[in-house]
Design a protein. Sequence first.
Length: 608
Amino acid sequence: MRNSEKVLIELSKQAQDKNYQFSRLYRILCNPDMYVKAYCNIYSNKGSSTHGTDSETADGFNEVKVQNIINALKDESYQVKPVRRTYIPKKNGKTRPLGIPNFYDRLLQEVCRMVLEAVYEPIFSENSHGFRPNKSCHTALKQVKNTFRGANWFIEGDIEGCFDNINHQILINILRKRIKDERFIRLIWKFLKAGYIEDWKFNNTFSGTPQGGIISPILANIYMNEFDDYIENVIKQTLTQFNKGEAKHNKVHNPDYLKLMHQMQALEKQIDKLDKQDKQRKQLIDKYKSIKKQRYRIPAQKGLVGYKNLQYVRYADDFIIAVLGTKEDCQEIKTQIAQFLKQSLNLDLSDEKTLITHSSDRARFLNYEIQVRQNDRLFEDKNGIKRRVGNYGIALYMPKDTMYEYITKKQVVDDINAESWRGKARPFLQCLSDLEIVTTYNAEIRGLYNYYAMAENVSSRMDMIYHVMEYSCLKTLAGKHKTSVSKIKTQYKIGKNWGVRYNTKSETGKIRYFYNQGFAKNNTPIKSYEIDNNVNTALYANRTELEQRMMAHKCEMCGKENVPFNIHHIHKLKDLKGKEPWEQIMIARNRKTLVLCEECHRSIHKYS
């Protein structure tokens, strides 16, 4: 049995070569160590205690079940079960379909995901940020801020039902470019065609990635990587190859700016010749400063002759393109993108929702507003030299409608259309303890702030939300204790702030303050967006604690050694009452899993 870390590292090293083709991936799925690692990756997910179309969950995982999967894979008799469809609410009041796969299908999907990630991650575009290691919405926004500088236009991309309309045959053809292992391809086909069960009826899936599947994000990224390559290698090159007879990158200096520069240089020479006590010298210095201020108000250059450029960022199915060019260029790019998506990927670009926005207006991306700054404010660099670095830079803003949507969703004001908002109580929280009420409000405030911390106006926007949330929290506590808001604030006042005192098993007199850490803008720059040329072996290098416990083959209740492991898994630690010995062990170790022998695991379920 080969170590799973070594297998994945070796795949990543081979994947550095874009032309390398993988012909022996299926045999990796027959390595039991891969399933141990896969289990450790997914057992803590919320859905691990939720069953699919059968009763299997993360509880009861053992070597026998792993071997059964491997045996079925070897003769290709493994059959993927249809997912159980349920619905979850969306922000707009509608519902989103969610598929819950069988647990052991999820386990096998996780193994396939690890293999596909090792094979494709090194060649994915640096402009793609969705569902990738060490990438997020914030890395996408930081790239926008650092690379969109000086753009004239934005193209806000909207692909209609992207993940639901992924064409299975096109996806398989894309996989076949790099994977020459038909057994592995046939397994992916099984996941794509598994179907779903709704109201006890089976429904086929003719397009889209597996609903609720762990493998879905990586498959979507593989599919959309074709689009990334098209933007970077076709559209960008086409845009920058116009006016071939003219000089590119040829800067045209502003003659008015040069005139002032020459005047300053002449004054400098005159000032150097005069003594410091000379009255004329002071007059010349004042004149020099006046011309310098005037120079700061006009641009140094009129632009670049024969130069156009394009920058592009994508997060899942949302993308934005910054164009240094004309509106006609943007319209042509939009047309070409729509044709490529339809002809090559069988996807539709929404003509109405794909907007072309001038950089002086605000474009939308990942629920931020994006605008090119138009100001001549001076900033001092680390050497104390004043520079106009803010002009043509990118500014990110928290949209105003986000406040309205958030406050409406949280039901914390009486009238959203009133001139001044006044917080109201949330009766459905009054069944909780005071500590839980304050913690809930803190989590909601902190979650919104953490997402919008990069916005220029985060402080003013969040201050408005904060005061409404604080008053709503006080009214909720007042309603619970049948008293007034002023009395609650007096009762819970601690210094300049207010909060709830509470005790734990180890400490007494702890305080949970109502959120009091402010809303400063957090704009930590990102140094590089380049994908490492060297393989990131740290991604696979170490075994987790649970892997080590399973590999020890020692029962954590009776102490038997060299026995096949059985995993006992629970949904939440707080559900345990501590009456049974195994509950006491899990509470003491603060773990949701126990590695047991078969006899001990059977005895737990016998009386549960």
